[in-house]
Design a protein around this ligand. Structure first.
Ligand code: S3P
Length: 175
């Protein structure tokens, strides 16, 4: 989890590859369920509709095992989200500054409706400040600007190895 542009998808995909687990992205799953792109959903149905779809998709994906999930940037900031995490789930906050998030999101035609405003850096600063208390509750915090997606994924993998993550799942599966 983490703000837009924090690298959730690239780090998540790399971590799943390292672990041999499945990778799933909340935004992709919402787009598949609704049959529209994220910008279309925001434009045609509004943010509240998107948040409900995101909540449903999140519940479904969190019930899967051996899966690396990339949430949408706003998912963890909704009340109660992190309270409902399955016990064995490791949550990771990829931390990014508002300025870097906007730089990574690019300019012009944006995939991120919430940053499609006149002053995206100020908007990003407000959202980051609002959301940080929620992100901060993650089990692991990594500065996403200090390392490449591959290095970040390796750091998470190493932390999981020390915690013994994934072991219970494989034992359960092998009976
Ligand atoms: C959002 C982040 C986006 C996407 C939607 C809303 C947010 O996901 O879910 O545009 O509220 O921060 P990414 O963080 O993957 O860009």
């Amino acid at each position: 989890m983490g703000f837009m542009g924090s690298g959730k998808t690239s780090v998540g995909r790399e971590l799943a590859r390292l672990l041999g687990w499945t990778f799933r992205d909340f935004d992709d799953a919402v787009e598949a369920e609704v049959g529209r792109s994220i910008p279309e959903i925001f434009r045609e149905r509004g943010e509240a509709f998107f948040r409900r779809a995101e909540a449903r998709v999140g519940e479904r994906l969190l019930s899967e095992e051996r899966v690396v999930l990339a949430t949408g940037g706003g998912w963890a900031a909704e009340p109660g989200r992190l309270d409902g995490l399955p016990e064995a789930t490791l949550s990771v906050w990829l931390r990014v500054s508002a300025a870097e998030a906007v730089r990574r999101a690019g300019s012009g035609e944006t995939e991120r409706p919430l940053l499609a405003v006149e002053d995206p850096v100020s908007r990003a600063r407000e959202l980051v400040a609002e959301r940080e208390p929620c992100y901060r509750r993650a089990g692991m915090v990594l500065d996403s600007e200090s390392a490449s997606p591959r290095e970040l994924a390796r750091t998470i993998q190493e932390y999981m190895r020390i915690r013994g993550d994934g072991e219970n799942v494989s034992h359960a599966k092998s009976g």
